[in-house]
Design a binder for this molecule. Sequence first.
Ligand SMILES: [Fe+2]
Length: 297
Amino acid sequence: MTVSSLGYIGLVSQDVGQWASFAVEIIGLMPVNGDQPDGRALFRIDNHPYRLSVESGDRDGLLTVGWEFANESEFAAAIVRLEAAGAKVTPGDKQGAAQRYVTQYAASVDPAGNPFEIFYGRTDCVDDFVSPVGVSHFITGDMGMGHLVVPAPNMDETRAFYQQTLGLADSDDLRLPPPAEGAPDQRILFLHADNPRHHSLGLYNFPVPTGIIHMIFEMPEIDDVGLCLDRVNAAGLPLLGTLGRHCNDQMLSFYVFGPGGIGVEIGCGGLQVDWQNFTPTVSTVGDVWGHVYTPVV
Ligand SMILES: [Fe+2]
């Protein structure tokens, strides 16, 4: 009953061209050539037809998150659970399924107001992934495209929703000092899907204007991360967080503000967990070293 992995992320941007430059020239994503009939810019990081889509709009932020199920029966069971949890489920149409390269999808919203979709049956690309800046590959496969963190001030309710409907399970409950004097502690709940990636979804207890705290692209080697940091610095882009290593997923990473203030984590070495022998953790320390953040709340 558990969601397999994070399949795709959709953004809306006031400047799709700027996003395309950032995605391709700074991160090293592969642009999908050809005009999309719906005007989206699509980017590959592996054999999926795309993992990131960016469409034009009058704001900068998260448009949707695609969660993959293994097959039609798992997908149908998830819809039953979503409706039982009181979520409005909008079935996807044929055109939308074709645009996502999936057999079937449906859209919904979590109790914190974050949009998401579920799907099954995504088509693979036949041609190889080639990064324009020479990233050999990204860490994906069965572990999905990576992870993202979304705002959820009602985090216990939102966590219960994802557990009951998508089958996501606890990885770590991290509490950190307040972002400002007089504010409550920061708390991030990390949840995993049915794959070894330490977390596919994070919930953060403060709202942010973009609706997404950050998403990660995981690279194979530390040199890939360092070379990307060189590209970020050469372009004069602002960092959301300096280089560092997380405690819970052991990711060595830095964070950059993408166009529109959307946080992007670039990392390597993320922990892969055998969930049969795992007890969810409660943490009060986020980092082994580094990761000095620019406040966003
Ligand atoms: Fe992260």
